[in-house]
Design a protein around this ligand. Sequence first.
Ligand SMILES: Cc1cc2nc3c(=O)[nH]c(=O)nc-3n(C[C@H](O)[C@H](O)[C@H](O)COP(=O)(O)OP(=O)(O)OC[C@H]3O[C@@H](n4cnc5c(N)ncnc54)[C@H](O)[C@@H]3O)c2cc1C
Length: 594
Amino acid sequence: MSAYAAPLKDMRFALSELAGLSQVAQLPGYEDASPDTVDAILEEASKFATEVLDPLNYSGDQEGSVWSNGEVRTPKGFREAYAQFCAGGWNALPFEEKWGGQGLPRLVSTPVQEMWKSANLSFSLCPLLTQGAVEALLLRGSDELKQAYLPKMVEGKWAGTMNLTEPQAGSDLSLVKTKAERAGKHYLISGQKIFITYGEHDLSENIVHLVLARTPDAPEGVKGISLFVVPKFIANSDGSPGKRNTAKCASIEHKLGIHASPTAVMVYDKAVGYLVGEENRGLEYMFIMMNAARFAVGLEGVAIAERAFQRALAFAKERLQGRDLVGGGKAVPIIRHPDVRRMLMLMKSQAEAMRALAYTTAAALDFSQRSKDSEERRRCQAFVDLMIPVVKGWCTETGVEVASLGVQVHGGMGFIEETGAAQYLRDARITTIYEGTTGIQAMDLLGRKIAREGGATAREWLAALKNFDIELARSRNADVQAIRKHLSAGARAVSDCVDFIVAEKNLQAAFAGAVPFLKLMGIVAGGWQMARAALASERLISEGAADKSFYTAKLGTARFYADQVLVQAPGLRDTVVNGAAAVMALSEDQFLAA
Ligand SMILES: Cc1cc2nc3c(=O)[nH]c(=O)nc-3n(C[C@H](O)[C@H](O)[C@H](O)COP(=O)(O)OP(=O)(O)OC[C@H]3O[C@@H](n4cnc5c(N)ncnc54)[C@H](O)[C@@H]3O)c2cc1C
C-alpha cells in the first residue's frame, strides 16, 4: 500500500496564488505567518502525517475501537500517536496564544488539518471534536470555565466532544429531550445521546462533553435548548481530574467506516454539568460555531479525495493490463488507457478545485475576523456564510465520488480490503451525513443564504466572477479561453437559479432543487478557482518560473475540469429550475407498485 505524501506543491500554490497567504499574514496578530514559517510548519506536519498517522490508518480500520464495561480501547498505536501529536504542539496549532495555542491563521491550520484527515480520518476526529468544544467555550464560556478547561483542552491533555444527537433528534434538534435541573451553582444532566464521536476513549486523561439539554421550565422547540459542559472527571480545585461523573458510555456503534473512531451511546444520569452562556441559547451558540465545524467536515472531503487519488495513481502506474491503443505490443500499465486517465483526471482535478475553494474560504474567514476595514469584514463574512454549505456539501459528496472512482481504477482489487481503496470509500461515506446531511446543507444554502437575503451575497459573488471574466478575456492562451467559456456558462446557470429561488413562492418547488443547486454552486465555485489557477500558471510560466512542468500540468488540469466537470452546469440549472414537478409527481402510494 502506498504511503500518503502531503501534496505540498499544490498546497503551497493554493495558499499563495489563490488564497492570498501574504495578505492574510498582514492581518493584525498573524504577522508570524511568513512564507518560511508556513513552509516549515507544512514540512513538519507532512512528516508527522506520513510517518505516524498514515501507518495506523489501515490497522486502525481493521482493529477498530473496542468497548468493554463502559471503557473504550482505541486501536494499537493510537495512544502513542496521540501523545506524540500533543507533545509536538499539533493539537494547539489552531488556537489563540492566550490559551497555549500558536495563534496561526485559519488559512495555515487548514492545510495542516487536511494532512491529518488524509492520513488517518479516524484519528483526526478526536482533535476536531476537541476544537469544536474549545470554540464553544471561547465563544460563551464563563471565565471560570475557560480557566478550568481551556489550557488542558488546547494542549490536548483533555479531549472534547459535541453531544447534540438523540434517537428522536437528528437533523431536527428542536426535539432534544435531555434534561438539565438546577442544583445550586451547577446542573444535573439526565438523558441519552447517540452517535457521539470519541464519546469515550483512552487517549486523554479527561473528556469534556458539550451537551445540549433543556431546563425544566424551558420553552418548547429550538428556543428552549441550553448548552452544558459535562466532564467525565469533575475537576478538583487544583485543576486535576477528580470524581468520576455519571456520564457513561453504554456502547459504541458497529459501522461502515471510520472504525477506529469510537461512536458512542452516552447515558447521563444526573451528571454534574455547567451552563455555557445563558439558558435557552444553546442552539444559537451551536449555530455560531457551525461554520467552523461544517468547514472542517468539508475539508474531510478534500482530504479523502486526495488520498484516494494518490492510491489510485500509484496502482495505475503499476498494474499491467491491456495493450497500448496506439503502440500495441505487451500489456502496459493501465495509466496508458484513456478511460483510466479520465478517471485519474476526474480525481485530481476535483481534489484540486475543492482544495482551492476550501483554502480561499479559510482566508475569507481570517479576513472576516481580523481585517481593519469593516466593509471588508462584512463582505468576507457574507462570502463565508454563502460558501460554508457549499464547502461542506459539495466537497463531501465529491469526496465520496472520488473515493468510488478510486475503487474503480483498482478494478477487482479495489473491492478487496488490502489495497486500502475500499477503506477510503467506507470512511468517506459518513462525511455527507454528520454535521448536517447534504440535504440540510442545501436547504441552508437555498433558504438562509440565498432566499432570505434576496440573493444579495450570491449576486455579489457573481459580480466578482464578471470582473474576473475581464481578466480571463485578456489571455491569449487557448486553454484559458476554453475555461472562460465554460465558466461564464456556469455563472449564467447560477444567476438563473438565484433569480428562480428568489422569485419562487412555492417552497416545495424551490427545495426540490436544493441539492442540485448546491452541486451547481460547488462545480462553478470550483471552476472559478481552477480558472484562477490557470491564469496564475500562465503568468508564472511566462515569467520563467522554475517548475514549468507543475504549472503546465495545472493548466491542463484546469482545462480538463472545465471540459468535463464545469460543462455540467447548464444541465444542473435545468434540473433546479424545471425539475420540481417531476420530483413531486408520485403520490406516496405510487412509489412501489404492488
Ligand atoms: C459516525 C457518526 C458520528 C457522529 N458524530 C456525532 C457527534 O459527535 N455528535 C452528535 O451530536 N452527532 C453525531 N452524529 C449524528 C449526525 O450528526 C446525525 O446522524 C445527522 O445529523 C443526521 O441525523 P439523523 O441520523 O437523525 O438523520 P435524519 O435527521 O433522520 O435524516 C434522515 C434523512 O432525512 C433527511 N432529512 C431530515 N430532515 C429533513 C428536512 N427537514 N428536509 C429534507 N430532508 C430531511 C436527511 O437529509 C437524511 O437524508 C454522528 C453520526 C454518525 C453516524
